[in-house]
Design a protein around this ligand. Structure first.
Ligand SMILES: [Zn+2]
Length: 289
């Protein structure tokens, strides 16, 4: 399964005061669901977090740069981790892959994450190799709704005004029909009135979910009607960096007692990648091979 149709668009306002990102990630969300054997509730919550991170990664500048966010929460989701790099490679996991549905959390317009997250904190790490200082910022989960909390994070930690909306559509057979999001950020010099104008226009144009169910040219038209032009497009894919070699390296760091925890009855070490759930079987005698 591949994610050839997933993308992130970057757009800039004609006056240069506002930058926007639009993600479409149905195939990545579906691949994540399959890789981690998540039920639809966990998949929807993970997709929301994934889109937030993909959107925040939109302005990474260098091939090695990546951004990650971790939600550690008191709700049943317990923990969500997502990272995305400059090339759109995105991976991560949700600790509870089988969340029980809480009434009214899936709506016509999307998904309410608050009942599953409740309280806790969000840690955002941006690893940059382009001369920009890396940052690691921890904020409280204030509303429990992923888009709102990311907007608060941008305001509190980076003094950036933003509008963020994440859209999801779930089929009656519990498949993800659409997954994506929109992030609009004020650049230095933007006024509150300008941001309000963008917000009012955006609100009058319909929902992100509706846009995701249309064609890409509709998204481009949507930006044009906000007086914004597309300046970049990149692919997005749920893809991990793990390899057998990296697994071997990490096993070599363990002592015999720790290693035995991974030993199965066929005398193979069974190791599962946390980020993508891929299984590796390593010969017990790997040290002498
Ligand atoms: Zn992996």
């Amino acid at each position: 399964m591949n994610c050839n149709n997933d993308y992130i668009l970057t757009a800039i306002s004609n006056d240069g005061n506002v930058i926007g990102y639009f993600s479409s990630t149905k195939e990545s969300a579906t691949l994540a669901q399959k890789s981690h054997s998540m039920n639809i509730v966990s998949s929807a919550l993970f997709a929301q977090a994934m889109n937030a991170v993909v959107l925040l990664s939109g302005n990474l500048k260098n091939k090695e740069d990546y951004l990650s966010a971790t939600w550690n929460c008191t709700g049943n989701a317990k923990k969500i981790y997502v990272e995305s790099d400059y090339l759109g490679n995105t991976r991560g996991f949700i600790e509870n892959t089988n969340l029980e549905y809480i009434e009214d959390s899936i709506t016509d317009n999307g998904f309410n994450s608050e009942p599953y997250l409740k309280m806790g904190e969000i840690s955002v790490l941006r690893q940059s190799f382009s001369g920009k200082a890396p940052y690691n910022s921890v904020v409280l989960i204030e509303t429990g709704e992923i888009p709102q909390d990311i907007s608060l994070f941008l305001e509190q930690s980076l003094q950036v005004q933003s509008i963020i909306s994440i859209g999801l559509s779930i089929s009656e057979h519990n498949y993800i029909n659409a997954s994506g999001g929109l992030l609009i950020m004020g650049l230095p010099g933007v006024t509150e009135i300008e941001m309000k104008n963008v917000y009012d226009k955006f609100s009058s144009l319909g929902s992100v979910r509706d846009l995701l169910l249309k064609e890409k040219h509709n998204v481009i038209e949507f930006f044009n009607s906000l007086d914004m032009s597309i300046i970049d497009e990149k692919p997005v894919q749920f893809q991990c960096r793990c390899t057998e070699e990296k697994v071997l390296q990490s096993l070599k760091k363990l002592d015999d007692k720790e290693l035995n925890e991974f030993l199965n009855k066929n005398n193979q070490y069974e190791v599962c990648c946390h980020y993508c759930n891929k299984q590796y079987s390593i010969n017990k005698n790997f040290r002498s091979m």
